[in-house]
Design a protein around this ligand. Structure first.
Ligand code: C2E
Ligand code: CA
Ligand code: CA
Length: 714
């Protein structure tokens, strides 16, 4: 049954099975009914034939009898007196021997047998000894029919004895022409009886085209036989005449049945074929429906659920206290996608999806909700969301080995837990806020939502809008911090630093608004604006300028071109420009970084490695990349001042630079002691509050004038 269901869809099998079973059953019932009718009709015909045969026998008997009972000679010899010899010679010989009646009787007064003839000779057997016609029946007959018999009518009927069933006829002995010389005497009846033996039945059967007939008792009829009850004239049964009906309907049925089964088999095969086709059509339909449904609810690339499905499930399941959402954004994906191309990007997404899926619990719904955004919807449990967040972060530790490349892709996770009455949308928003907060805290980490984040997020949003406005209105200023020669103390360079004073927010720290600019895509505009201001201000200065490049800017495809456009517009020689880049971002994709850097170098732009020592400084890469200067991070200066290991490390950084032929600038020099230390360990340049904070262009101009004793001409 199972296999049938598997092969044929139930909704086809059931109606079709019902249809074929009912039609087959109906056909059988109809056939059976027709057969029964046919059989019954045949039996009825037999019955009628037998009835008329029996009637015929009685009619013959009556007819035979009347020839003798209503006869003047017979009346003369047999009424009044009784001439036995005459009766033998003139009646019994004919009726007995010739016509085959076994018995001839003459009964007086309806009860006294005065003459008996049996099988060809006179006998002393009384009527009631031979047949159950008996006087009682005869009385009945004679009583009931006395006028009839007296009226010269003969009667016929059936009776039985131990020998079998008899057909008999009885008639009053009467003269045909009444005459006065006849002695009246008591009434006498002439009776003849014929045993319905085998021979008589065979004769009857052949005359009426019946099957074999046999006489049976009340219990003797076989199941397969039909019978007619023979009744005496008073209506009591004297026996049954049974025969085997031909049952032509059944015969016909047996002839038809094999054909019927063949037709049934053909019909079944046809039905199975139809079913099979229907099944295939059904399967195709189902699979296409499943496909469409799958497409509608799944991300074609990764096979994960898509945003729509994620939202649907969230909406259906609700954002109750037992639900948790993790929102994930890949770090470094966009850059990789830009640099390696979309095929690589796809491969990275597939691998990222695999890693996230593996880190999620069995009952979690993992979805790709956007370009490089993923989400997990899972039941809240003890230890969550920490366990899954840690799992996801760990899953991204190993580099992605894809298409022969080894790429570092990170992930930042925001988590939010459901609460009573919380909408799914709100839960998603919270996870999103947490994720952004985690990003702004340095990526590759996770953070659970709390209401303070909302505030921070609010601030970020406000800040983003304000920064956009500030850039539109050119309200971001640039200050310049001197970089002095360690040997002479003269300003040899200035670092351009962005400043933003917002009317409500006040002086926003660059770290903060630079991050907002990076996150909102404003960083390129900001970077070019700072460069343009710096070029404009420093055009006449006899020194180099150093401008910071954010890693987000660095991987921008139009970076080199856009910087050149700014330089051209300002008429600032590229040979006087330094770009500061942090090593962390260069090392992530050294080949591409090297290509970009050499392009800068070709155009005469120099590169400073900013915040050196805080990343994963690798001598190998330093050698390969076209770097012009190392800016040792402020933390080394502070550490060096404490002596010992800190000093040795700072000295090692400087030695490394010297080994690579790179001048080293010490950042964050605040005291003369620090300056002395840095000079001592071999730094070529010093930068820090000791030599000046970020200053406006006029201040730098003034400082340069003081330093050179000459006024640079515009
Ligand atoms: P940075 O590139 O390391 O810039 C030097 C930072 O150190 C500046 O902070 C500067 O004011 C500070 N500083 C200089 N001397 C001293 C000192 O003696 N002691 C101490 N404690 N700090 C000192 P600022 O201006 O707040 O800038 C912070 C960071 O913002 C910069 O760090 C740089 O990464 C980024 N930034 C600033 N302006 C820009 C810009 O125009 N574009 C980009 N992409 N990033 C910028
Ligand atoms: Ca810098
Ligand atoms: Ca720095």
């Amino acid at each position: 049954m199972k296999s049938i269901r598997r092969f044929f869809p139930r909704r086809y099998v059931l109606p079709l099975a019902m249809l074929s079973v009912t039609s087959f059953v109906a056909l059988l019932v109809l056939l059976w009914y027709l057969t029964a009718i046919q059989n019954r009709q045949d039996v009825e015909r037999d019955r009628i034939a037998i009835a008329s045969a029996l009637d015929g026998i009685l009619d013959f008997a009556v007819h035979d009898l009347q020839d003798y009972s209503i006869w003047d000679d017979a009346a003369r010899h047999l009424l009044g007196g009784f001439d036995r010899q005459w009766a033998d010679d003139n009646i019994s010989v004919y009726l007995g021997a010739r016509q085959g009646y076994q018995h001839v009787f003459v009964v007086e007064d309806d009860r006294k047998t005065i003459y008996s003839y049996e099988n060809g000779q006179s006998a002393d057997v009384p009527l009631d000894a031979v047949t159950a016609i008996g006087p009682a029946i005869l009385y009945g007959i004679t009583d009931a029919n006395r006028p009839g018999i007296r009226g010269q009518e003969a009667i016929g009927g059936f009776s039985h004895s131990t020998a079998g069933i008899f057909a008999y006829a009885a008639s009053a002995l009467t003269a045909l022409t009444p005459s006065p010389d006849l002695s009246p005497g008591p009434p006498r009846t002439l009776i003849i009886a014929m045993l319905l033996d085998e021979q008589a039945l065979a004769q009857m059967a052949s005359r009426y085209r019946l099957g074999t007939l046999r006489i049976v008792g009340p219990e003797g009829v076989l199941d397969t036989e039909e019978a007619v009850v023979l009744t005496s004239r008073d209506g009591t049964s004297v026996g049954q005449l049974a025969w085997m009906p031909e049952r032509p309907g059944t015969v016909l049925l047996y002839r038809i049945l094999p054909g019927l089964f063949i037709i049934g088999a053909i019909a079944t095969t046809a039905a199975a074929t139809v079913l099979n086709r229907a099944r295939r059509a059904d399967e195709e339909l189902t699979s296409s429906r499943v496909n469409i449904q799958h497409l509608a609810y799944h991300d074609a690339l990764t096979g994960l659920a898509n945003r729509r499905r994620f939202q649907d499930v969230l909406r259906e399941g609700g954002a109750g206290p037992n639900m948790q959402i993790l929102y994930m954004d890949l770090d470094g994906f966009k850059e990789a996608n830009d640099v390696y191309g979309h095929a690589m990007g796809d491969a990275l997404l597939i691998e990222a999806a695999r890693r996230i899926g593996a880190a999620a619990s069995e009952d979690a719904l993992v979805a790709r909700t956007g370009g490089d955004e993923f989400a997990i919807l899972m039941p809240g449990r003890e230890g969550e969301p920490r366990r899954t967040c840690d799992g996801v972060l760990r899953a991204f530790d190993p580099a992605f080995e894809v298409r022969g490349y080894s790429v570092n892709i990170g992930v930042t996770v925001g988590a939010a837990s459901g609460a009573e009455g919380l909408e799914g949308e709100e839960l998603m928003r919270r996870a999103d806020v947490a994720m952004y907060a985690a990003k702004s805290r340095g990526k590759r980490g996770w953070l659970a939502y709390n209401t303070e984040l909302d505030a921070a997020n609010q601030v970020r949003h406000v800040m983003e809008g304000a920064l956009r406005e500030a850039l539109d209105n050119d309200l971001v200023r640039v200050v310049f911090q001197p970089i002095v020669s360690a040997g002479t103390g003269r300003i040899e360079m200035v670092e351009a630093l962005a400043r933003w004073n917002h009317p409500q927010l006040g002086e926003v720290p660059p770290d903060q608004f630079i991050r907002v600019a990076e996150q909102s895509g404003l960083i390129n505009a900001l970077g070019r604006r700072v460069l343009a201001h710096a070029c404009a201000a420093a055009k006449a200065w006899p020194i180099r300028i150093s401008v910071n490049l954010s890693p987000v800017e660095f991987w921008d495809r139009d970076l080199v071109g856009s910087i050149h456009r700014v330089l051209d517009q300002a008429g600032f020689p590229s040979s006087r420009l330094d770009l500061e880049i942090t090593e962390r971002h260069l090392l992530r994709r050294p080949d591409e970084a090297a290509a970009i850097l050499s392009e800068f170098r070709m155009r005469g732009i120099r590169i400073s490695l900013d915040d050196f020592g805080t990343g994963y400084s690798s001598i190998g890469y330093l050698q390969r990349l076209s770097i012009d200067r190392i800016k040792m991070d402020r933390s080394f200066v502070q550490a060096a001042e404490r002596g010992g290991k800190g000093l040795r490390m700072a000295a090692a950084v400087v030695k490394l630079g010297q080994a690579l032929d790179l001048p080293v600038t010490a950042e964050g020099v605040e005291t003369p002691a620090q300056a002395a230390l840095m000079r001592e360990i071999g730094c070529s340049h010093l930068q820090g509050w000791l030599f000046g904070h970020g200053m406006c262009a006029e201040e730098i101009t003034a400082a340069l004038e003081r330093q050179n004793g000459e006024v640079p001409r515009r």
